[in-house]
Design a protein around this ligand. Structure first.
Ligand code: NAI
Length: 385
């Protein structure tokens, strides 16, 4: 099967979310990274794109240049990811949809409701996909929660409690830090800071799992740091269209909380609890029975959970990223040798043949010692004695 061609706007060198998109898109070999306008600085974007393997004519300096370059090609990109700062999402997404491209846009999709409506209509009119990266719904056990709710394991869902609370903007001294300051500036962030940044992930996940949408809400929004115009903490009460009550807490001043995305779902027949920082376990308490821990990858889960399980039971979801680090170390070692330079010492960590040999010596030593009732034996290979 031919690979689909994938392009990216934003996600330049040093960006937060660019590497996650490239890893995600590349993982199954379904998409080939073919074109990009990766940085707001044209030269930096062109240079980084080429270092990532794009051909010079498809490593663009600007998204408009990329649109012009791609739209006339027979082998144009099939999907464009928009991973730029929020205020640019609308015009970039709109332009690519209008020109017949499928788009995966970062959240928040737009800055206003009107812009969002334009995008929904445009996607319908053009028949092009406009997906939004609520990426945490890709976790296998989140999909399993949705399947459990849909098949009635919980009965009617009475209450959903969602949180996305971290403490990374808790330092009042950060008011001078440009990477933090813009997020609380209405001119750049829009009408909301923390809810638009993180709260919408929690709300979307709640809706996704219970299969209902928010109908009404009541919010208490506060700026705990006085210098901020927009909220850094919000408590939102919700009523969903299927009758479920919602409670949602989002915060950026919750010192000690890291990513802090959690979901609890309480139905007539049982309750579920999941936290992104421990994504392999789903806590399930059926009414009147004992608390059970459902492990990602175990037998007899839902087809949705099975399809989204990438690593076998017990491994952390991020295990393939550990393998990716080994490959990255090897690439650096091979390139350094070709260029005749010293390799980056921080990459000089891949396990060597010597490690393989020491392991084999240990295997034989264990077998030998076992046979001799635990007698102490030399664990070193003869080469290293
Ligand atoms: P960042 O500031 O770390 O990186 C932004 C990148 O976009 C930079 O490389 C910058 O040079 C580039 N850029 C800016 N304007 C551009 C333009 N006009 N054309 C081409 N490139 C441009 O930002 P970060 O944290 O990576 O966030 C990007 C987007 O992703 C935001 O909308 C944010 O809300 C979203 N995001 C989503 C997450 C998720 O879980 N779905 C997590 C983190 C961020």
């Amino acid at each position: 099967m031919a690979k689909l061609k994938w392009g990216m706007i934003g996600g330049g060198e040093g960006s937060q979310i660019g590497p996650a998109h490239r890893l995600g898109a590349g993982l199954d070999g379904l998409f080939e990274f073919t074109a990009g306008a990766l940085d707001h600085r044209p030269e930096a974007g062109r240079d980084y794109g080429q270092r990532l393997g794009l051909s010079p004519d498809r490593s663009y300096g600007d998204w408009r240049e990329m649109l012009e370059g791609e739209k006339g090609r027979d082998d144009r990109v099939d999907l464009v990811t928009v991973a730029t700062p929020n205020a640019t999402h609308f015009e970039i997404t709109k332009a690519f949809l209008e020109n017949g491209f499928h788009v995966l846009c970062e959240k928040p999709m737009t800055m206003t409701v009107e812009e969002g409506e334009d995008i929904v209509r445009l996607s319908e009119k053009t028949g092009r996909i406009c997906a939004v990266n609520y990426g945490y719904t890709g976790y296998s056990l989140v999909r399993h929660m949705k399947a459990m709710v849909a098949r009635g394991d919980l009965g009617r869902v009475r209450l959903v409690v969602a949180e996305f609370a971290h403490g990374h903007h808790a330092d009042a001294a950060d008011m001078d830090n440009p990477r933090v300051r813009w997020r609380y500036d209405p001119a750049q962030a829009g009408v909301s800071a923390q809810f638009a940044d993180c709260g919408i992930h929690a709300l979307h996940m709640a809706s996704f799992v219970i299969g209902q949408n928010a109908e009404r809400l009541s919010a208490d929004t506060v700026s705990c740091i006085d210098s901020r115009t927009l909220e850094d903490d919000a408590m939102v009460n919700l009523r969903f269209d299927g009758g479920t009550v919602g409670r949602l807490w989002t915060s950026s001043i919750a010192i000690g909380r890291q990513h802090g995305l959690t979901l609890q779902v309480f139905g007539e027949k049982g309750g579920l609890r999941w936290a992104q920082e421990q994504p392999n376990q789903l806590y399930w308490m059926p009414l009147g029975e004992r608390l059970q821990i459902i492990e990602r990858g175990e037998a007899n889960l839902s087809p949705e959970a099975d399809r989204s399980t990438r690593v076998t039971i017990g491994h952390a979801e991020g295990m393939p990223l550990a393998f990716a680090n080994i490959y990255s170390d090897l690439a650096e070692a091979i390139r350094a040798a070709k260029d005749g330079r010293d390799m980056d010492p921080a990459a000089d960590l891949y396990p060597r043949a010597e490690d393989g040999l020491r392991s084999m010596a240990a295997v034989f030593a264990v077998a030998e010692s076992g046979k001799r009732n635990g007698e102490w034996v030399d664990a070193r290979p003869p080469l290293f004695r």
